[in-house]
Design a protein around this ligand. Structure first.
Ligand code: UT7
Length: 371
């Protein structure tokens, strides 16, 4: 029996603010009918004032830790997949580590576009299987609304904000993350990218005036890539796990466009109801879309113990990836006692104070050095 990483906790967070297709039709030259028929999207969630990629990641992670009944101090690794970090540095993962009080965790961000969550899951699962860590948090969190050009109808109708998280734990039992495949083709980098703000085109008045801090996409070409790579990656990961399409209980694809999801189902020859979709309610939340969809599939009773879950994604890079997971924990999860819930609340209050005190001590001694 070999050690594998098992998903033992899951959580999601989406902002309360909803932007409907009709809202968008009042902002740009589009219509509810066009958006629904071309993308399947009906509404998306957008951050409220003060919400960020880190704050959403923390909310999703807290939920995932509660489901896992795990203390933040037991987490040894935090990976945040995102293309919209709070800052270029420090990493969003470090902000999450601080807010959770995950004092024993290594933390880093990972940039692999909409395939970021699969990349994170694969890296964390392999580190766990190799014995480096026992418990890891993998989070996908995005505030795409801050890099969306709200005057560009070709892109602004597609994206939304949100976060999803899973807790991975080492276990010798059967199941868990059985196999993952990852891929990249940098020659397609120009199909979906953020032109300015990096070392190639640092922020300047010109980059702001030319609206180069908004994502740009060649939609049709990304679409073509997506419909080819989704079935291919799904088949590849099943092959690597020594399984077939007939073994697959549910496919959780990146939620970019209902037409892409349906095309993947047709190409694989699986019924549409095997392929999970919630793109109508959230739009494309990039690295957050797969963990949000996974959480909702669990909450809706679409996954049960023993099921073979395949997650597959593609995105900016270009990147792609897929993971085959044998679901190994009973569902629904055991509810937390009142005391445990109170413990979590107290813990997060203590952690916030602890962080403030540490900042104060740093400020105080830095003042001493300056003087
Ligand atoms: O996570 C990965 C990120 N991205 C993706 O997965 C996106 C992949 N691509 C797509 O989902 C689709 O290509 C889109 C939804 C972006 C576009 O759908 P499409 O069927 O490929 O439309 P199109 O780009 O070929 O545009 C068709 C027409 C154009 O008008 P003309 O040139 O035919 O007169 C567009 O100007 O639709 C027009 N159009 C719109 N019309 C109303 C483009 N956006 C809109 C809009 N409302 N929002």
């Amino acid at each position: 029996m070999s050690r594998t990483a098992h998903i033992v906790g899951w959580g999601k967070y989406v902002p309360s603010r909803v932007l409907t297709n009709d809202d968008l039709a009042r902002m740009v030259d589009t219509s509810d009918e066009w958006i629904r028929t071309r993308t399947g999207i009906v509404e998306r969630h957008i951050v409220n004032e003060g919400e960020t990629t880190a704050s959403m990641a923390v909310r999703a992670a807290r939920e995932a830790l509660q489901v896992a009944n795990m203390k933040p101090a037991d987490v040894e690794l935090i990976i945040v997949a995102t293309v919209t970090p709070d800052h270029v540095f420090p990493s969003t993962a470090c902000l999450v580590q601080d807010a959770l009080g995950a004092t024993r965790a290594a933390a880093f961000d990972l940039s692999a576009g909409c395939a970021g969550f699969i990349y994170g899951l694969s890296v964390a699962a392999d580190l766990i299987a190799g014995g480096a860590y026992k418990n890891a948090l993998v989070i996908g969190s995005e505030t795409l609304s801050c890099i969306t050009d709200w005057s560009d109808r070709a892109t602004c109708v597609l994206f939304g904000d949100g976060a999803g998280a899973v807790v991975l734990q080492a276990n010798d039992a059967d199941g868990g993350v059985l196999a993952s495949i990852l891929g990249a083709d940098g020659s397609g980098g120009g199909l979906l990218y953020l032109p300015a703000g990096g070392s190639r085109l640092p922020t300047s008045h010109e980059t702001v005036d030319q609206r180069l801090h908004y994502l740009q996409m060649k939609g049709r070409e990304v679409f073509r890539f997506a419909v080819e790579i989704m079935p291919e990656a799904t088949r590849d990961v099943l092959k690597k796990a020594g399984l077939t399409l007939a073994d697959m209980s549910i496919l959780i694809p990146h939620q970019a466009n209902q037409r892409i999801i349906e095309s993947a189902a047709r190409a694989l020859g699986v019924p549409q109801d095997v392929v999970y979709s919630n793109v109508a309610r959230y739009g494309n939340t990039s690295a957050a879309s797969i963990p949000i969809a996974l959480c909702e599939a669990v909450e809706e009773g679409r996954i049960k113990r023993g099921d073979l879950v395949v997650c597959v994604g593609f995105g900016a890079g270009l990147t792609w990836g897929a993971s085959a997971i044998r679901w190994s924990v009973p569902l629904p999860p055991a509810p937390l006692s009142r005391w445990k819930k109170a413990w979590y609340q107290l813990h997060y209050r203590y952690v916030a104070i602890r962080s403030l005190v540490r900042r104060f001590i740093r400020w105080f001694f830095a003042r001493g050095v300056e003087e």
